[in-house]
Design a protein around this ligand. Structure first.
Ligand code: HEC
Length: 198
């Protein structure tokens, strides 16, 4: 059997694959090293909850009625769908009740799964009224801290990152059309003047 040696091109490709592998290992080791030596967690938990009795009942219904097959809450459920952790800081209990009962009339956009049959989550609207009440209470008790992706308020204090994103991506007209919620924060009052002319 003739011994086959690698062709020039194969050697180059092979070499590139090895370099990628080594770069991945180095990158991972550096990141892990940084993460281990950080004094606060890299990804802090920014949502919290404090369930009332009805909220507790709602969380059981949430699992029993398979909401977890599309949603995530309290570390239960799937990562594929919409996480409901922190949603209680964005939506009122009243909105949640209306959404669960009549999703298509309540949601701001076209719904994918909630709504009339044959949508997959059509069953939600016809759950017993007491169950829907408990679900709305449960979800309204999932709160977000300031600055979390589900919180309506930005993190307190000035963030260079947010300033640079707003500076780069927000069209100029937005300044007149919209109100910058960061300026409502007493902590930001002083520095907000610096940015208003840009
Ligand atoms: C088949 C997948 C699926 C199931 C099952 C499901 N949902 Fe949803 N849910 C969605 C999707 C997708 C959205 C976004 C709206 C839409 O497109 O329908 C949503 C949106 C929501 C929202 C609004 C979130 C927001 O702030 O915009 C709430 C609240 C909610 N679901 C609660 C529930 C509850 C409670 C259950 C169980 C009784 C449930 N869902 C079961 C897929 C599902």
């Amino acid at each position: 059997m003739a011994k086959q040696s690698l062709k020039q091109g194969e050697k180059v490709l092979f070499g590139i694959a090895i370099i990628f592998g080594i770069a991945a290992i180095i990158g991972y080791s550096v990141m892990e090293g940084v993460r281990r030596n950080m004094d606060k967690p890299m990804f802090g938990v920014k949502t919290h909850f404090d369930l009332t009795e009805q909220g507790q009942r709602g969380s059981e219904i949430f699992r029993k009625q398979h909401c977890t097959s599309c949603h995530r809450a309290l570390r239960n459920g799937t990562n594929m769908g919409l996480s409901l952790d922190g949603v209680g800081s964005k939506r009122s209990r009243d909105w949640l009740l209306r959404f669960l009962r009549d999703p298509e009339a309540t949601y701001e956009a076209k719904t994918v799964d909630h709504g009339y049959a044959p949508k997959e989550a059509a069953y939600v609207a016809s759950l017993p009224s007491a169950d829907i009440d408990a679900l709305a209470t449960f979800i309204s008790e999932l709160k977000a801290d300031r600055g979390s992706s589900s919180a309506p308020e930005p993190p307190s204090g000035r963030s260079e990152f947010i300033d640079s994103m707003v500076g780069t991506f927000a069209p100029k007209e937005w300044k007149d059309k919209f109100h910058d919620v960061r300026e409502d924060d007493p902590q930001n009052q002083q520095s907000s003047g610096d940015n208003s002319g840009q």
